[in-house]
Design a protein around this ligand. Structure first.
Ligand SMILES: [Zn+2]
Length: 53
């Protein structure tokens, strides 16, 4: 399953969440605090887009 990186606003730290695509579409719950104040981390490793020029 894909690993997603989030920043938890509650824990104030980055967390990694393994979830399926369908789960990802529904958002993520923090594995540390169970909260849903999660922001997806979009970094260099996630710069692959499906954009075709
Ligand atoms: Zn948290």
């Amino acid at each position: 399953m894909p690993l997603y990186e989030f920043f938890c606003d509650t824990c104030q730290k980055e967390v990694s969440v393994t979830q399926s695509m369908s789960e990802h579409a529904n958002g993520a719950a923090c594995p540390e605090c169970g909260g849903r104040n999660m922001r997806p981390l979009v970094g260099p490793f996630f710069s692959k887009t499906s954009r075709k020029s």
